[in-house]
Design a protein around this ligand. Structure first.
Ligand SMILES: [Zn+2]
Length: 278
């Protein structure tokens, strides 16, 4: 949804969360959640009409997750079921906010030209945790960095050299998903999301920018290094937002959940990842 000219935008990084993880813990603001729900209600109603009104679509709108701006559409006729999360996003065609000035440090990975071209694109706003807050969001840039991830433009192209970046990212996301499933009852990992993994992955791409750092045949080793990176972020309680470096995505997390995930991953790593065995 295009947004009219944005007249005022503070530097406050707290007002600029770019992630989509479910809200929780000390950052929760029940009043804000209600405001969010009200704000997206017209969109929710439209989608409900869209799904229910057309019998050809066979799409149902699921119950909303408390505190999440996402609307979940589900097609129950497929096996496995197809679930799509829709989030209201406002497209802002203006210069990126000042808080992003030192972010997106891809100079040594994708190059300054690419960084400049990214910063010429729009950015998005998605509903934040409180009434006054909208979160900055850059899904289109993230998608481009995932697809065009090589220092050499030919990386992973049909006749180009192949790397293991995508495989490493998928494995780490799968690991988190499996651990969350395993700990579904104790709810200790609900605050973590694939966005945290993706952010750690982008930082890893910056730390090891050369395609030779990610040779396809070195997948085992590269995955191990990425896991180490992620555990390190958990242990030092610091995962800086890739676009807004003044914002620590783990800043409001309680120490016990960070330690719990770190210990769970360490256990998996030290035992050959038994959780991957079906
Ligand atoms: Zn590649």
């Amino acid at each position: 949804m295009p947004c009219p000219v944005l007249r005022c935008f503070g530097r406050d990084a707290q007002a600029a969360r770019g992630d989509h993880f479910p809200r929780g813990g000390s950052s929760r603001d029940p009043a804000g959640e209600n405001d969010n729900a009200r704000r997206v209600q017209p969109l929710r109603d439209s989608l409900h009409q869209l799904g229910g009104g057309d019998p050809e679509m066979h799409v149902a709108v699921e119950m909303k997750i408390s505190g999440s701006p996402a609307i979940t559409l589900q097609s129950k006729e497929h096996d496995p079921q197809i679930t799509v999360n829709v989030i209201l996003a406002l497209e802002v065609k203006q210069s990126w906010p000042l808080a992003t000035k030192d972010g997106l440090c891809i100079k040594h990975w994708l190059g300054n030209k690419v960084r400049g071209s990214f910063r010429f694109k729009s950015f998005y706003l998605v509903p934040g945790p409180t009434k006054e807050t909208w979160c900055l969001s850059f899904p289109h840039i993230e998608k481009e960095m995932l697809n065009n991830h090589g220092k050499l433009k030919t990386c992973c192209e049909l006749n180009g050299p192949k790397c293991c970046r995508k495989a490493c990212l998928r494995l780490l996301q799968y690991l988190l998903q499996k651990l969350q499933h395993k700990n579904e009852r104790n709810q200790k990992l609900v605050k973590f999301s694939s966005y945290h993994v993706k952010t750690a992955y982008f930082h890893a791409c910056v730390s090891r920018p050369d395609d030779t750092n990610w040779k396809l045949e070195d997948l085992d080793n590269c995955f191990e290094i990425l896991v180490n990176d992620f555990v390190n972020h958990l242990q030092i309680k610091e995962l800086l937002h890739f676009f807004i470096p003044s914002m620590n995505l783990f800043g409001l997390f309680d120490q016990s959940s960070l330690t719990f995930l770190s210990d769970e991953i360490e256990y998996q790593r030290n035992n050959g990842f038994p959780i991957f065995i079906p």
